[in-house]
Design a protein around this ligand. Structure first.
Ligand code: ADP
Length: 358
């Protein structure tokens, strides 16, 4: 009969390709049982959106089957999203494991479209997801996700409406559509505070925040108030957009918030008649920025009519056309972002976050 030690030794040959460690030393193996030749255990991953879930399972099964005396291997794949480092003494939202702002340099590059579709794609993997629309000057998330319901008062704050499995709070719920926002810094800071402190987010694996474009008061307040896992930057491929996106990256760096990656939106266009691919807004920009900033490209999203239509109709492309290349692009980005968050949290455990105070 195989021993637990033999099984663990065999499993040490299985590496998590993102975390660059074996699944035993990462503490992924749980609930091992060996009865005669039947071995069963669970692999507890760091995210349900793990891009290599099936590959890890197959490798683990193969490794354990090689042990003499093993007849069957039963593996239960689980996931428990790890939390970002929480510096003591700093305000945190209880139950919220990771806070990830989505920023851009310029407006109109598709930041809100990406934030909404990313949140829905993450929720689709089984993760618990919230989306905070802090794009105060153009809060478009309620439209993109077709939300007509208002938040309701709860015992400890506002209860956010849920759209496609995502809990959503938006500046748009509190500003009339025909009202122009001409707010000074302290008012913007107050709104961010309200959204952080007085919303009943409950248990969340990921809270995605759609920021206004640029490097203003909302960004500053957010980075000062709460520990963030890391930021995502959305840009179109041309230099003029990326040069401004770089300012957003530098701002996050200065505020000690790591950039987890860059997403290139409107990356290319595929002609639906001839299938030709055209790089309307140039190409290679995201790779150049990623190399300069030393961050990964989390993915590329085509310029596509169905993305714009899905947003206008309040139904995410992943649900309207689940088999489409556009839906696949968002799903891939969700997996890659979840992997980067896991990597970041692992690094943070080894090298704790230093927060600057103002
Ligand atoms: P931002 O938040 O950066 O201001 P939005 O997400 O509001 O940008 O997008 C601006 C406009 O571009 C919207 O009409 C949106 O539907 C459209 N859009 C965004 N991304 C795409 C895309 N990949 N393909 C087609 N239209 C897009």
């Amino acid at each position: 009969m195989a021993t637990e030690q033999q099984v663990l030794d065999a499993l040490r040959s299985v590496q998590d390709p993102d975390l660059h460690r074996d699944i035993v030393s990462l503490g992924f193996i749980q609930d091992m049982k060996i009865v005669g030749g039947d071995v069963s255990f669970a692999i507890n991953l760091t995210t349900p959106a793990c891009p290599v879930k099936d590959q890890l399972k197959a490798q683990a099964e193969e490794a354990v089957k090689k042990i003499s005396g093993v007849k069957s291997v039963q593996i239960d794949m689980r996931a428990e999203v790890r939390s970002m480092a929480m510096p003591t003494g700093q305000f945190t939202i209880p139950g919220v494991k990771n806070i990830v702002p989505v920023g851009s340099g310029k407006g109109g590059v598709g930041k809100s479209t990406v934030a909404a579709n990313l949140a829905v794609a993450l929720a689709g993997t089984g993760a618990r997801v919230g989306l905070m629309d802090a794009d105060i000057y153009g809060p478009s998330i309620p439209t993109i996700l077709g939300i007509t319901e208002q938040p309701k008062p709860g015992q400890r704050g506002l209860i956010p409406p849920v759209a496609y499995g995502v809990k959503v709070i938006s500046a748009g719920f509190f500003i009339k559509p025909d009202q122009a926002v001409i707010w000074r810094g302290p008012m913007l800071s107050k709104l961010v505070d309200e959204f952080l402190r007085n919303v009943e987010w409950g248990e969340l694996d990921y809270l995605i925040i759609d920021l206004p474009p640029g490097t203003g008061d909302v960004q500053l307040t957010l980075c000062q108030r709460i520990p963030l896992t890391g930021a995502v930057i959305v840009s179109t491929p041309q230099d003029v957009a990326l040069n401004v996106a770089e300012k957003a990256h530098i701002m996050f760096q200065q505020l000690k918030c790591a950039t987890l990656g860059i997403i290139e939106n409107m990356s290319y266009y595929i002609c639906k008649h001839c299938g030709e691919r055209e790089e309307i807004f140039s190409s290679g920009g995201a790779e150049r920025a990623a190399a300069k900033w030393k961050v990964p490209v989390l993915g590329k999203i085509p310029l596509a009519k169905n993305i714009r239509e899905a947003s206008d109709n309040g139904r995410p492309i992943g649900l309207v056309e689940p088999g489409s290349p556009e839906a696949a692009a968002f799903a891939e980005i969700a997996r890659n972002l979840a992997a980067q968050i896991s990597i970041r949290n692992m690094q943070e455990q080894e090298e704790p976050l230093v927060k600057i105070t103002f």
